[in-house]
Write a protein that binds this ligand. Structure first.
Ligand code: AMP
Length: 429
């Protein structure tokens, strides 16, 4: 039987103290819900905005029991909460999503096996538990990407193989731990689909996000995603079906590749809020964090109807120093996570831009035409040799006729597909 909804004034336990927990706590506070964070770190982004913080390690049974006694329901802001802690909590208080979703998302072998059982397309893959198994996997798949089965994130724990690396060297380079070898998907876009689901099965799927990564780390995302309606529908359908398959309560984000064949391939699952949907905070009636809070409390789910086009830009490391410039930009919303030193690659904050609907280039797979906001006199076309800038009559423009700002926006213009570099016109310029 579905448990009754919790009431405003209840306490939501959040496992993990990072920026995702911070944004969960902010959304909960707006709804009159208290947040108690459990995180081993002291001065963490989530604890700063939560009512309570238990600072203890994941294997401290007393701290876990005391935490469980103070909260009405528990959710997680990162997927690597140790299974033992989840089990201990789940014996005392509802944990949403539950341990099964985490067991699958924490282990790429379990994750890919689950996807295969469900008939969901992924990159071709093989489990690799030894250098010999790596040799066999390479013989079957060619030079792919070797990924540790556990504890990899943001491109960490991954190695792109090449012939000069022996099986033993490659396996040792990732620590000699269980891995998967994945074939490289020649994707034309990266997408993510997000579903919020309640215990009674009610669910909502967010509009699909289009994402760009640099060295495995998300740098930008946008709505609407440029993909055919069929691909978008497939992505959303997969997310919903997987949430049902996991009997998941909370949020499930599915990262996908859009292949040149127009099909979508699942890369990985995250049973929690996801960086690629931060644009939802500034884009409409309710965001992913509010959807999570409502889903785990059993409250009515929001309608997610973005009010315009949206872009998200992560502020990594020193990029955070541009905060003041960002604030001066019309339409930009700045989110800072209250972290200390901006180490290289560290997610310090993000910027969203809400633009009038129709501002961003549209187009499905196979598009050969992109417009550039603010440059009505030119557009970008794809020819046999890559992308080039063209004038209103479609004739290629000489390089000196292309404004420097457009050239600066698009590294490799005339030399390849700007989309491969995650190209996006920057609405601030
Ligand atoms: P992951 O940590 O698995 O999400 O990988 C980080 C990023 O590496 C992805 O967002 C892709 O840009 C790239 N990547 C990972 N796996 C593959 C693959 N099998 N084929 C192509 N690109 C990949």
């Amino acid at each position: 039987m579905t448990p009754p909804p919790l009431e405003p004034g209840c306490t939501l336990g959040v496992l993990g103290g990072g920026q995702l927990g911070r944004m969960v706590a902010l959304a909960a506070a707006r709804l009159g819900v208290h947040v108690h964070v459990f995180a081993p770190e002291g001065d963490c982004p989530a604890a700063e905005v939560a009512r309570r913080h238990t600072r203890a390690s994941w294997d401290d049974p007393h701290a876990l029991d005391t935490f469980a006694a103070t909260v009405d329901v528990v959710t997680c802001e990162f997927e690597n909460v140790p299974a033992g802690a989840l089990e201990r909590l789940a014996a005392r208080v509802p944990v949403r999503p539950g341990a099964r979703a985490f067991a699958i998302a924490q282990d790429r072998i379990a994750e890919k096996s689950f996807l295969r059982e469900r008939g969901v397309p992924t990159a071709p893959w093989r489990p690799v538990r030894s250098a010999d198994e790596l040799g066999a996997a390479r013989a079957a798949l060619g030079e792919g990407i070797l990924k540790t089965a556990r504890l990899g994130y943001d491109g960490k724990g991954q190695l792109r193989l090449h012939p000069s690396l022996s099986d033993a060297e490659a396996f040792a380079a990732l620590g000699g731990v269980p891995c998967v070898l994945e074939g490289v998907v020649p994707f034309v876009r990266e997408l993510s689909a997000l579903v919020a689901r309640r215990a009674d099965g009610a669910s909502l799927v967010f509009p699909v996000s289009e994402n760009a990564h640099r060295e495995g780390v998300l740098v930008r995302a946008r709505h609407p995603a440029r993909a055919h309606a069929a691909a978008l529908a497939a992505a959303a359908g997969i997310a919903r079906a997987l949430a049902i398959g996991l009997d998941l309560v909370g949020l499930l984000c599915v990262e996908l590749f859009l292949g040149p064949d127009g099909r979508v391939y699942v890369n990985e699952l995250a049973p929690r809020p996801h960086n690629s949907f931060h644009w939802s905070i500034d884009g409409g009636a309710a965001c992913q964090f509010e959807a999570l809070v409502r889903a785990v409390l059993g409250w009515p789910l929001p309608a997610v109807v973005p009010v315009g086009d949206l872009t998200l830009e992560n502020l990594l490391g020193d990029e955070v120093h541009a905060w003041s410039e960002a604030l001066a930009t019309p339409g930009a919303r700045l989110h800072l996570y209250g972290k200390g030193a901006p180490r290289p690659g560290r997610k310090m904050g993000h910027l969203t831009h809400l633009l009038p609907a129709g501002s961003l280039p549209r187009g499905g797979l196979g598009e050969d035409l992109l417009s550039v906001p603010g440059e009505p006199g030119l557009h970008l076309r794809r020819g046999d040799a890559g992308w080039y800038a063209a004038g209103p009559d479609d004739a290629p423009l000489p390089a000196d006729a292309v404004p420097a700002r457009v050239r600066a926006l698009i590294p490799g213009l005339d030399a390849g597909d700007p989309r491969a570099a995650g190209w996006e016109p920057d609405p601030r310029r």
